[in-house]
Design a protein around this ligand. Structure first.
Ligand code: BES
Ligand code: MN
Ligand code: ZN
Length: 469
């Protein structure tokens, strides 16, 4: 479900509030002037407040015959990071309430509002949990900033919803329908068309499933003039059982989110019109379900990708790179973009390297890598650039095909790097970047802007990059 909380802007804070949030700084002074008949510094001292972002002190106040409540909230050093923490803490504090009026900390409130909305997200089937606050009314805030925050937060929520949807519901055809729901023009390759045009990687991965694969293309064209065309490619494995190289249960049970990259691409394309991005963007989602069956591909099969390159499949659980290779080759040969960025829950190995809070970016192009890292820093979709170690390219040599999909021995290791090197073979000579989001695509905690399950990672960084390009 989308975020059920609405953000609105009101001219000023009410004199006798029912529920009002007021910021304070690290020195416990008000972070924004507001007429409150309260001994604020004394109260904060009494409650041993420190002024840190995320702190919320609740104070009852007289209101007519009844009682209202003021939430004093810390804003720390007022950095976007601190304001995100503050915004999220407020929303979590007022779960189940109707309206919270928020006196904002001043300055740019985009990050603050965005985080407050994201903290309201939950994915529920049935009646689990308390509903989120209905309205957040930001007093005196900039309309355009609040609107942008709302569009971005809803895009993240869409990506989370798609990834949280059980795989019994979301097969590749379903994902194509959701792409069409965004309202941007969509083109879908069904299995016949994939066959006719030579998308051997997507077909091979989808062969074991009763739900056939799809390649989904979404197109955004700016209203005004533009001079750049970017292609975003998303991994859209609607369930990754591993195929015949079957995963153990514990590893398999999280794999409904293996289309989180594809979900991010769909959500980004959907939001570009609303944000008025100045670049042409084409999204490609390579969607398949990786299942074991009598029709599944086998370890040792050789497949032929779009464009004609052959690959020896030594492990059917390294399926993401197989579907992405087709889409990357198609982007290179047919779409003629200025840059290609793929987003994929590609390897468990990247979680070992960077953990659950930082995603990986690999790139053949220093400027592109820098832009993405910067966009990630600004939006809190944190990215760290990883190296494409040339020596390790030898890991993917095959004696019978152009490449193998995994290293056959264990001489090289570096599972996330070798996966990136595999993808690079299909991106052509274009500026290309690859985001490995296997570690950050899911959250194990329900705190701050995160809820358990899909995170929507990548949506904010990509939207930032594409709209401020
Ligand atoms: N979808 C997985 C990667 C993954 C693992 C995502 C854990 C999220 C959480 C991917 O398709 C996969 O299975 N990768 C293998 C590659 C290996 C067979 C070379 C892996 O990481 O084990
Ligand atoms: Mn896999
Ligand atoms: Zn996978």
């Amino acid at each position: 479900m989308p975020i059920e909380t609405t953000a609105s802007v009101v001219a000023e804070a009410p004199g006798e509030p029912e529920l009002l949030a007021v910021p304070y700084a690290s020195d416990l002074s008000p972070a924004h002037p507001v007429e409150l008949h309260l001994p604020v510094p004394d109260l904060l001292e009494h409650y041993e407040a420190k002024g840190e972002a995320g702190e919320v002190v609740e104070v009852p106040v007289a209101r007519g015959d009844g009682v209202g409540r003021v939430l004093l909230y810390g804003v720390g050093d007022r950095s976007p990071r601190a304001l995100r923490r503050a915004g999220a803490a407020l929303t979590r504090k007022v779960k189940g309430k109707d309206t919270l009026t928020v006196v904002t900390p001043g300055g740019d409130v985009t990050a603050f509002v965005e985080a407050a909305l994201l903290a309201a997200y939950s994915y529920r089937i049935g009646k689990a949990g308390k509903p989120a606050v209905r309205t957040l009314a930001f007093a005196g805030a900039d309309e355009a900033q609040v609107r942008r925050a709302q569009v971005v937060a809803q895009a993240v929520a869409l990506a989370r919803d798609l990834a949280n949807t059980p795989s019994s519901v979301k097969n590749p055809a379903w994902l194509a329908e959701r792409a069409a729901d965004t309202g941007v023009p969509v083109k879908v390759w069904d299995e016949e068309r994939l066959q006719a045009e030579g998308f051997g990687g997507i077909l091979a991965v989808g062969r074991g499933s009763a739900s056939p694969p799809r390649l989904i293309q979404l197109s955004y064209t700016p209203d005004g003039p533009y001079d750049r065309h970017v292609v975003l490619v998303g991994k859209g494995i609607t369930f990754d059982s591993g195929g015949l190289s079957l995963k153990p249960t514990d590893n398999m049970k999280t794999q409904k989110t293996d289309m989180a990259g594809g979900a991010a691409v769909i959500a980004v394309l959907g939001a570009l019109t609303r944000l008025g991005a100045p670049v042409r963007v084409t999204g490609l989602v390579a969607a398949a379900e990786n299942m074991p069956s009598g029709t599944a591909q086998r370890p040792s099969d050789v497949i032929k990708h779009y464009g004609g390159r052959t690959v020896e499949v030594l492990n059917t659980d390294a399926e993401g790179r197989l579907v992405l290779a087709d889409a990357l080759a198609y982007a290179d040969v047919v779409l003629d973009p200025d840059a290609v960025v793929d987003v994929a829950t590609l390897t468990g190995a990247i979680t070992v390297a960077l953990g659950r809070n930082v995603g990986a970016v690999y790139s053949s192009d220093d400027a592109l890598a820098r832009q993405l890292v910067d966009a990630g820093q600004t939006t809190d979709d944190r990215l760290w650039r990883m190296p494409l170690v040339e020596d390790y390219a030898a890991a993917l040599k095959s004696p019978i095909a152009d490449l193998s999909n995994v290293e056959s021995g264990s001489k090289f290791g570096a599972g996330s790097i070798t996966a990136a090197l595999f993808l690079r073979e299909f991106a052509g000579e274009r500026p290309w970047a690859h985001l490995d989001i296997a570690g950050v695509g899911r959250s194990t905690v329900d705190e701050g802007t995160l809820s358990k399950g899909a995170t929507g990672f990548g949506v904010r960084a990509l939207l930032e990059w594409l709209t401020r390009i």
